[in-house]
Design a protein around this ligand. Structure first.
Ligand code: ZN
Ligand code: ZN
Ligand code: ZN
Ligand code: ZN
Length: 201
């Protein structure tokens, strides 16, 4: 009987020692301790964080600085509305074309804000340089005689493409009588005619 109890004790001991769980637990404990020490040491020796770059005083910012030219009043602004990479007086951040309210959202183009696409288009046309305008197609440019009004066709304004040329909507009409061509046309020499009668020289 004595011997059996002795043996049981030994077995339990062996089990304890051989238990992988326990071993892992102890090892983890040690690792955590070491990690904690490293972190503590690191914290103690960490150099002071570099000071955050000081922002220029808000008063030095001017209304609309950085946005499109002439957008915003250009006077110093403190707080206000931030948009387009600039700061505006609340009352200065309005549609660059019509002065409309932008609190419900806005269209952005080239540093300007607009309340609708129409204002954006108009503004673009009015502020376009002659150079830029020269690159735009002319109504009927490239088509035959009598076609188109010859004015600039601004992008996004609709219109008709025909005879290898661009036309304002309403400008694609019979080269002779200016009649409607929506029902089809006869073509001669790059010009469109509503009927064979108009096409006759
Ligand atoms: Zn302003
Ligand atoms: Zn507008
Ligand atoms: Zn035209
Ligand atoms: Zn005609």
């Amino acid at each position: 009987m004595e011997g059996t109890i002795e043996r049981l004790h030994q077995e339990m001991d062996n089990k304890e020692r051989g238990s992988g769980d326990r071993w892992l637990h102890n090892e983890l404990d040690t690792l955590l301790k070491v990690h904690h020490e490293i972190v503590t040491i690191h914290d103690a020796t960490a150099p002071d964080a570099p000071p955050a770059p000081s922002r220029p005083p808000a008063a030095e910012q001017c209304c609309g600085d950085g946005a499109g030219e002439g957008f915003g009043c250009g006077k110093p602004v403190n707080g206000g509305t931030s948009a387009l990479g600039a700061v505006f007086h609340k009352e200065c951040f309005v549609c660059a074309q019509c002065g409309g309210d932008l609190s419900g959202g806005f269209y952005e183009d080239n540093g300007y804000a607009f309340d609708d696409a129409d204002c954006m288009r108009k503004h673009k046309q009015e502020h376009m340089s002659e150079e830029e305008k020269a690159k735009l197609p002319r109504c009927g440019g490239g088509a035959g005689p009598g076609m188109g009004c010859g004015e600039i066709c601004f992008p996004g304004t609709g219109g008709t493409n025909a005879l290898g040329a661009q036309f304002h909507s309403g400008c694609f009409s019979c080269a002779k009588c200016k009649g409607d061509l929506s029902g089809g046309f006869c073509e001669e020499g790059g010009s469109a005619y509503c009927s064979p009668e108009c096409m006759r020289p």
